[in-house]
Design a protein around this ligand. Sequence first.
Ligand code: UN1
Length: 503
Amino acid sequence: MNEVLKRLGLQEVNSGAAFDGWYDTTGRVVESVNPTTGEVLASVRLASVDDYEDIIQRSQDLFRRWRMLPAPKRGEIIREMGEALREHKADLGALVTMEVGKLKSEGLGEVQESIDVADFAVGLSRQLYGLTIHSERAAHRMYEQWHPLGIVGCITAFNFPNAVWAWNAMLAGVCGDVVLWKPSLKAPLTAIATHMICEKVLQKHGWGGVFSLIIGDDADVGEALINDRRVPLISATGSTRMGRHVGATVAKRLGRSLLELGGNNCVIVHKDADLELALRGVAFGAMGTAGQRCTSTRRLMLHEDIADQFLQRLTRAYESVPIGDPLVEGSLVGPLIDEDAVRMYESAIKAAQEQGAELLVGGSRVDGPGYFVRPTLMKAPMDAEIVREETFAPILYVSTYRDLSEAIAIQNSVDQGLSSAIFTDSFRASEQFLSHKGSDCGIANVNIGTSGAEIGGAFGGEKDTGGGRESGSDSWKAYMRRQTCTLNWGEDLPLAQGVKFVI
Ligand code: UN1
């Protein structure tokens, strides 16, 4: 077995369930394949609904104790997790690259994102504060406080197999929740390695199980999780199709869901943009991570005055971008995750052509092992059905505009609402883009591409993106329940709104 996997404690066949130690799982065996080579890295024996049930019961008990540990003390444990992630950054980053095909620097960047959010959560553990509100009644005091919720179910996608769990777990952990992680079956090894690194810290302090792991099929374990009333919050990252099902199921039992779903992110390059900057921003957004970020740039609107010139430069960049093994320095485009993803890439290009798009660069698979495809640039009518969908592949649809309001309207015309960007040196254009009548997305950037957000901001989007916010700012509130408390220190019992009720 590969040295990196060995160093991270992975085995040829790994268990798919953990709560303060591993379960002897009995489900089918799923292989984790390196998308660069098509080789099997290691396997996982999936967990069952019985394993799930056991973890939930133990989590309920553990939660009752964990919530009583003062938040700053929980923060101290999270701080040590950040340290442990730092220690294993090189190996864990390499594993991300091997398992999902991200560039080496992106694999490392992903682990850094987890470290950053751990640091953020440590500070937060001393800032989980509520408001004090003036009461309308004499000798009364009113305030809000925040309590832990309970068990948080965290469902993650393959494309951020480490950081998205950390966004949720580090915050939920300091908030006093326990977290059960159900990772993607396409990236189980990163989940297992991440779990082991953090679990070791928890166990050292006698808190093994605060973060638990269940790797299983959606049809049994996944359904059990989202239907479970003992799990007050389900945080799910993935496709809009998945999120619609999770959201509806959780809503039916009046649970809470935090959804971070598909994007169809647009960059507008205005007539006065710094074209060099725009070129780099669009290239990273559209080709980076082989177009497999929810924040990847999928649509490009060019002002007519600069369109020809910009498109020429972009075409050259697309033609010369190095595609290859993401572990090798210099590669800029790695593989797609699997054969299905390649098929979806191919069928999207075909559909786009049928719907009036013109292929400018790319459009085909790269021969050889692995799931490599050529980054693809297409001139396309922005109202074509395929352009309105999220295809998780490096396909960029381009069109032109004359009037900025028209470009913004097109940018907003899709169902998804995650990320958006404008490149401009005009104060007016930038402010229009950021105004109430501007971008309708959860993320709106100026002179920065659509992907690569920092953890300090709240991350998420509107409409079909699901409305959830994770990571920075006040996203922690999603992991707690709010309580409004009114205290009467007087000798009378006045009723609010002047109501009289004298007995
Ligand atoms: C995702 O693709 O699900 O903003 C998350 C970014 C990253 C997170 C992406 N920080 O591109």
